[in-house]
Ligand binder design. Structure first.
Ligand SMILES: C[S@@+](CC[C@H](N)C(=O)[O-])C[C@H]1O[C@@H](n2cnc3c(N)ncnc32)[C@H](O)[C@@H]1O
Length: 279
């Protein structure tokens, strides 16, 4: 792809047709993304550890009632939640398709003797197993799946839970994604960073598709030396609470609760929504 292709691009993309999501599972990208997960300067890929500690305390005390439990973390990244929960006595399984994140999580698991089962796998095709007290999917990734995949994740989680088990999903709120889709185009230059080890220009433009209620972000990474262009896109399905409740009930859950934020958190941006589904 070259600069002319950017000039001649179609005006408005149809969600999920120009790419699914940023290449979390591509080895070199995942290695660079691991740096972002580990950074304590920002909350971009994973939240900072002080915040994760508070989330884990809430999961341990409120959701799991401090009882040793079996849990499955879908899209676990470098394992920041499962490693803490395992230290608190829970039996944990983590799944993520990022090679660098899973390698990091496995290394920490060996060093800390935490006995976590870690799998590098796509959560859409992974066999979840059964007998879990809690299945969780944290930090907005649920919205990045096409609706049929999101529904299938809910159904597989429902099947994998014990009779009184629960599913915890942290989503991006409808308003957050609507605003994201209406964000003005932007660009930045980097001497090397998340999108390439070499100097690059990064252009992005976002779109809101009213019919599908989805936001698409189109990204171009332009290599500063050669002018070569790499195109990416990511997509976010917006849901109202009513959409989510209906989908969860259709997948067999009996009760659905929402929290506007992680209990006890000061962040009042309204960008996130916690959904807790009871089997
Ligand atoms: C925003 S990060 C959150 C990571 C972790 N939950 C946390 O809060 O620290 C999203 C994670 O989902 C993973 N992911 C995205 N799509 C996936 C898929 N289809 N299968 C497995 N993992 C996926 C990414 O590799 C990434 O680690």
């Amino acid at each position: 792809m070259n600069l002319k292709d950017i000039v001649n691009r179609s005006e408005i993309p149809i969600p999920w047709t120009e790419g699914e999501k940023i290449p979390w599972d591509e080895p070199a990208f995942s290695q660079r993304m691991l740096r972002e997960h580990l950074s304590q300067e920002h909350d971009a890929a994973s939240r900072r550890f002080a915040i994760i500690d508070q989330h884990v305390t809430w999961i341990h005390t409120t959701l799991l009632k401090e009882q040793p439990s079996r849990l499955l973390d879908l899209g676990c990244g470098p394992g920041f939640y499962v490693s803490r929960l395992a230290i608190l006595g829970h039996t944990c399984t983590g799944v993520d398709f990022s090679p660098a994140s899973i390698e990091y999580a496995k290394k920490r698991n060996e060093e800390q003797y935490t006995g976590i089962n870690l799998f590098q796998h796509d959560v859409r095709t992974f066999e979840y197993g059964s007998g879990y007290d809690l299945v969780m999917l944290i930090y907005g990734e649920f919205n990045t799946f096409r609706k049929p995949d999101a529904r299938s994740i809910l159904k597989k989680a429902q099947d994998a839970l014990k009779e009184d088990g629960r599913l915890l999903i942290e989503l991006n709120s409808y308003s957050c994604l609507h605003n994201f889709g209406l964000t003005a185009p932007g660009w930045h230059a980097a001497p090397g960073g998340l999108f390439s080890a070499q100097p690059y220009l990064f252009l992005e433009e976002s779109f809101w598709n009213e019919e599908l209620q989805a936001a698409t972000r189109r990204m171009y990474v332009i290599d500063a030396a050669s002018g070569d262009v790499q195109q990416m896109a990511d997509n976010h399905q917006a849901y109202t609470k009513d959409d989510l409740r209906l989908m969860a009930i259709e997948c067999g859950f009996t009760k659905v609760e929402f929290h506007a934020n992680w209990p006890g958190q000061m962040d009042d941006s309204g960008d996130y929504l916690l959904m807790v589904c009871q089997k």
